[in-house]
Design a protein around this ligand. Sequence first.
Ligand SMILES: [Zn+2]
Length: 297
Amino acid sequence: MVIAIGLMVLADQVFLKGPPAYHEQIKARYEQAHPPQPVIQAEPAVPEIKPPVVAKIPPTPIPLPPPSAPPPPMKARIAIIIDDMGISPAYSRRVMEFLPPEITLAFLPYAPQTPDLARMATAKGHELMIHVPMAAMKEDQDLGDMALRRGMTPPEITAELERMMTVFSGYQGINNHMGSYLTQDKDAMSAVMSVLESKNLFFVDSKTSPQSVAEEIARQAGVRYAARDIFIDHEPTAEFVATSLHKAEKMALKRRQAVIIGHPKDVTIEGLKKWIPTLKDKGIEIVPVSHLMPQTP
Ligand SMILES: [Zn+2]
């Protein structure tokens, strides 16, 4: 058995590995049949194209935003008043839907839906005013059924103004609707200002007459006062509104403040919607009109 295994191992050695001379013979015979091919350097089919010389462009550094940019300092304040509120409930609602609460809203006391709309305005955070109808130079103007009319005595003016003050609540002051006649009348204005003084309300002169005496009488009565600088939409076009708002911006930056008046119209709402978001970067803040009045005149 041991002998058989020994023979098998030996045969294995000779058969599988074989002596070195045997392999050399096989290799020589193979190389004779397959002589090695000389390596031919192939000609390049196309001439070598050099890459074009391109000027090296240094990488552009990406500017990093400042870690936390401080808000620009406020340089000016603008009060926006939308008056004639209440006559068109649909447009009055649109004003409240699309414009921010910093806008002051002035409601006509005789409009049937004014009480409801004024409540809505208070809930939205607007400052409220009564937009008081006052006699105009043109006598045929429709002032509605609540108004301070030409020919009223001071007690009649007081009584009529106090009647308007019962229509809705939450207002901080008044401004005149029309009134180019009445704001020139010292007695009438004195009656108006004494009512305002007794209730700690302010007066905004819509300045429908350059001869208005309201400022002088308000000062005498100790009533807080401001005047309209710019009407923004008496020409109801987008261009006119945009130009007026640009003027308001310039005026405010020059004088630190401005009071503008607009009305519930589409062009006005659209114009203000676009303009208001641009103001912060210009250093302009929108404030309720009472913020532009000294507490004690
Ligand atoms: Zn008006």
